[in-house]
Design a protein around this ligand. Structure first.
Ligand SMILES: [Zn+2]
Length: 452
C-alpha cells in the first residue's frame, strides 16, 4: 500500500473535482480511497505503509498516449524535416532494418522517454511487436501493442510505387496474431490490438482479414488515416473512394478504431466516422512540423472522440498538449478555445475511452487502476500557480514529471526510470543508430557531422 498526500489531486472525474488537503490511498494496483488528508493519515498512522509527501506537487491521472512507434526513436531529429512519415521515406532506417535485439533497445529508449514524461499507457505499433512488448514489460509501462501490418513494400513507397507482397502481409498478420496467444489476459499490462498500417499500405483483402479478427477478439484497431495526400490519391485511384470509405467498406469503421492524424479528412468522411463512433488520434506536434493540422473542432462537432498522442519524436505528452492547444487556436482563429481542461481530457480520459478502458483508467477515482503522474510545481517556470491545469498545459515541461506510478508501482522516481540503466540504453542506441543510419544513408556524414 501507499499513500500520496499534501499534493493537489486533479481527479478528472465526471465533475472534474480538484482537491487540496487530500490524500490518495493505493492498495495493490488500484486506487482504494481519495479523501481528507488528516482523516486518512490518522487512519493509517500506526501502519507501516509508505506515505509520500507531494507538497508543491500535483497528482494527475497518467497520460494515455494512444499512438506511438517507440522503436522509431532511431529517426529522431532527422525524420522531422523529411516532410513525410518515415515509413514513406527512403534513406532512413526502417523497422525491418532492425534486428530483434536492436528493436528492443529502441523500444526501451522510446518507451522509457514516454514513461519519464508521464505516459503511463502507450499504444505502440511497429515491426517486431513481440520484442517491443518485452521492452514494455521490462519498464513496467502499460501498453496496447500491435504489429505494423501491411502488404505493400515500404522501400518503394518513397517513389510512389505500390508493390504488393502477399507473403509479407501474411507474415506480419501472423506476427500480430501471435501477440494474442502470448498475452491472452485483457487485464494485464500488455494488451494486444490490431495494427493495419494505413488504407494505402494494406490491400483490401488484408484489411478484410484484420476486420474479421477485430470482431473476433473485440480489440482496438490502430491505424493511420487521412495522413497524407499520397494515401488519399492512392486509395482513390485503386478503389475509387476515400480512405475512410474504404475502411468502412472493410468493416473497420467502428468505435474500436483509433485513426491517427485525420489531417486530410473531408467533411463527408468526418460525418461517417462520427456516425460509426470512431476515434481520432490527434498528433499535434508531428502534424504541425509537417505543415498541416487536423480540424479538431470540426471533428469533435461530429461527435468523434479525440485523443492526443506523440507518434514519433520525444514522446512528450505535456509538449503535445500545449501544441494541441496552440494549433487548435490557430486553426479556430480563436484566442481562448480550446481550453487547457479540454486538452487534458483528450490526453487522459478520451484516450482511455478510445481503448474501451474508461472503466479502469483515465481518471483518479476509487476502484480504478493506479496509473498516476506526480508533477513538480515547485520551480521557477510554474510559479505562481493559480490554475493547476492551466499551468501544466501552458507552462509545464516534460522534466516536471517527478514520479510515475503504473499499476500501483513506482516506475519513475525523481525523474529516473527505475527499471533500466538509462546510460546503458543510450549508449546502445547511439551505437546502433550510427550503424543503421550510415547503412541507409551513406552520405550521412557529409550532411550531419555529429552522431553521438
Ligand atoms: Zn504513426
Amino acid at each position: 500500500m501507499m499513500i500520496l498526500y499534501d499534493g493537489i489531486i486533479v481527479t478528472m472525474d465526471s465533475e472534474r473535482n480538484i482537491y487540496k488537503n487530500a490524500a490518495l490511498v493505493i492498495e495493490e494496483n488500484k486506487i482504494k480511497q481519495i479523501g481528507d488528508k488528516d482523516t486518512i493519515l490518522e487512519k493509517y498512522k500506526d501502519s507501516g505503509i509508505s506515505k509520500i509527501s507531494c507538497k508543491g506537487k500535483a497528482i494527475f491521472p497518467g497520460f494515455v498516449n494512444t499512438h506511438i512507434h517507440t522503436a522509431q526513436s532511431i529517426v529522431r531529429g532527422v525524420a522531422e524535416d523529411l516532410g513525410r512519415a518515415p515509413s514513406y521515406t527512403a534513406l532512413v532506417p526502417q523497422g525491418d532494418d532492425l534486428t530483434q535485439e536492436e528493436s528492443y533497445v529502441f523500444s526501451l529508449l522510446g518507451a522509457a522517454t514516454a514513461l519519464r514524461f508521464g505516459s503511463t499507457l502507450i499504444g505502440d505499433n511497429y515491426a517486431h511487436s513481440m520484442t517491443n512488448a518485452r521492452a514494455f514489460e521490462t519498464l513496467g509501462i502499460r501498453a496496447v501493442v500491435s504489429e505494423r501490418v501491411h502488404d505493400m513494400v515500404f522501400g518503394k513507397l518513397a517513389s510512389g510505387v505500390y508493390e504488393k507482397d502477399e507473403t509479407l502481409g501474411n507474415e506480419l498478420f501472423e506476427k500480430n496474431m501471435e501477440l494474442f496467444e502470448k498475452y491472452p489476459d485483457k487485464n494485464g499490462l500488455i494488451n494486444p490490438c490490431l495494427g493495419p498500417h494505413a488504407p494505402d499500405t494494406c490491400s483490401k483483402e488484408l484489411l478484410l482479414r484484420i476486420a474479421d479478427m477485430a470482431q473476433k477478439y473485440e480489440v482496438p484497431i490502430t491505424t493511420h488515416l487521412a495522413q497524407s495526400q499520397q494515401e488519399l490519391d492512392r486509395v482513390k485511384e485503386v478503389y475509387g473512394v476515400s480512405s475512410t470509405k474504404l475502411m468502412q467498406e472493410c468493416g473497420l469503421l467502428n468505435d474500436r478504431l483509433l485513426a491517427a492524424h485525420g489531417v486530410f479528412l473531408k467533411e463527408t468522411d468526418i460525418c461517417e466516422l462520427g456516425k460509426a463512433g470512431g476515434n481520432i488520434v490527434h498528433i499535434p506536434e508531428g502534424n504541425a512540423k509537417a505543415g498541416a493540422i487536423a480540424d479538431i473542432k470540426k471533428i469533435k462537432e461530429k461527435g468523434i472522440n479525440v485523443t492526443i498522442a506523440t507518434d514519433n519524436g520525444a514522446a512528450n505528452m505535456i509538449e503535445n498538449m500545449r501544441m494541441a492547444l496552440a494549433a487548435g487556436r490557430i486553426r479556430n482563429h480563436c484566442v481562448v478555445e480550446p481550453k487547457p481542461e479540454e486538452i487534458l481530457t483528450m490526453a487522459t480520459l478520451n484516450g482511455a475511452k478510445a481503448l474501451h478502458m474508461e472503466e479502469k483508467l483515465g481518471s483518479l477515482e476509487e476502484g480504478k487502476l493506479a496509473d498516476i503522474v506526480i508533477i513538480d510545481y515547485d520551480n521557477l517556470h510554474m510559479t505562481p500557480c493559480t490554475n493547476v491545469v492551466g499551468n501544466l498545459v501552458h507552462l509545464g515541461l516534460g522534466n516536471d514529471v517527478e514520479t510515475v506510478i503504473v499499476d500501483g508501482k513506482i516506475v519513475v522516481d525523481q525523474g529516473k526510470v527505475l527499471a533500466i540503466e538509462e546510460k546503458e540504453v543510450m549508449r546502445d542506441a547511439r551505437r546502433i543508430a550510427e550503424l543503421k543510419w550510415l547503412k541507409s544513408n551513406p552520405d550521412l556524414e557529409k550532411k550531419w557531422m555529429y552522431i553521438f
